[in-house]
Design a protein around this ligand. Structure first.
Ligand code: 13P
Length: 342
């Protein structure tokens, strides 16, 4: 019963032409994002900014779900409506980030494991009451000499599986996010090799923990050359390498793959999602769960000035529409400067 309904949530989140807005930055990360446009982070500033995102008229055309942070899921609009209720009314599914961030992995310099399993069953109960219908947990893997270590991959895959099983027990659909960071000098092949190893471990642990794959989504990195790679791969090579890895490692029972943007520019994220969707058919929907690649233009348009609310919302709708087009493989870069995305 529970897993049938969370399977429905997974499929609804990857409905054609739509994807997820990640608006679940922790308080320190949100402070960094706000600082890029010269805005000081206070609870009221964060609330007001998130209200702009969530009340964007027409957002449901391209955005199926929004991932919220613990602070955000408890906040309200200026006229007193709880954020999750605003989303439900708009036909957008509220989700919640439940991990507690990364901690140093003892004995493994420069490697981390994600915390947050303690008390998670009880927190899930509360998040369901607050209106969440899906959840997210992010693991972080870094490429470097001898990294990620097998121990780091195992620890993170195990935590993802424990989280996903608890989410399903609570009736929430788990988004499983193992992120291989793009930082480094490595090439495309090295990222492909590491991403494939990580995904194999993740699906092994999900299976051992009896997670129902039909009621999950995968949120991975695209397979990219490192940010400091001397010969960066182009979008076609990125799409081909990403699909090779996914086909080898992600069971067809998973309804969708919702990529993170991970530091790609807004245009790169959209163009690469588009390149991926030009390669059809695939066993899964190929969609987005972008944070920075959706919010960048909104932050720049708003920059802390509530008088620019409409421009900020127009920027979000435009960017979301471009990614909506990329879901069909029908994005072209000329759309970047046109007022309409249809
Ligand atoms: P980015 O798209 O900015 O990587 O954020 C997505 C996300 O939710 C990371 O956990």
């Amino acid at each position: 019963m529970t897993n049938r309904s969370t399977g429905h949530t997974a499929r609804a989140l990857v409905a054609p032409g739509k994807g997820i807005l990640a608006a679940d930055e922790s308080t320190p990360t949100m402070a960094k994002r706000l600082a890029t446009v010269g805005v000081e982070s206070t609870e009221e500033v964060r609330r007001g900014y998130r209200e702009i995102l969530l009340t964007t008229p027409g957002l449901a055309e391209f955005v199926s779900g929004v991932i919220l942070f613990d602070e955000t899921i408890r906040q309200r609009t200026g006229d007193g409506r709880p954020f999750p209720a605003v989303l439900h009314e708009a036909g957008i599914i509220p989700g919640i980030k439940v991990d507690a961030g990364t901690k140093a992995l003892a004995g493994f310099p420069d490697e981390v494991v994600t915390a947050g399993l303690d008390g998670l069953r009880e927190r899930f109960t509360e998040y369901v009451e607050l209106g969440a219908r899906f959840a997210k947990w992010r693991a972080v893997l870094r490429i470097g000499p001898g990294r990620p270590s097998p121990a780091c991959i195992e620890a993170n895959a195990h935590a993802l599986a424990r989280y996903a099983a608890l989410a399903q027990e609570a009736g929430l659909m788990p988004v499983v996010e193992p992120e291989v960071l793009m930082d480094g000098t490595h090439d495309l092949d090295r990222c492909a090799e590491v991403t494939q190893r990580v995904l194999h471990a993740v699906y092994d642990h999900l299976d051992r923990h009896r997670v129902v794959l039909e009621a999950t989504l995968l949120k991975p990195n695209m397979v990219l050359s490192g940010t400091d790679c001397p010969e960066p791969a182009d979008d076609t090579a990125v799409a081909a390498a990403t699909l090779d890895v996914l086909r080898r490692a992600v069971p067809a029972a998973v309804p969708g793959v919702v990529f993170l943007s991970g530091g790609m520019t807004e245009e790169q994220a959209t163009a690469r999602l588009d390149a991926l969707n030009r390669q059809q058919p695939q066993p899964w929907q190929l969609s987005f769960s972008f944070g920075r690649a959706l919010q960048g233009p909104v932050l720049r348009a708003w920059a802390g000035d509530d008088g620019r609310r409409e421009e900020a919302q127009a920027a979000l709708l435009h960017r979301a529409g471009l990614n909506g087009a990329a879901r069909y493989g029908s994005y072209v870069s000329a759309m970047e400067t046109s007022a309409s995305t249809v």
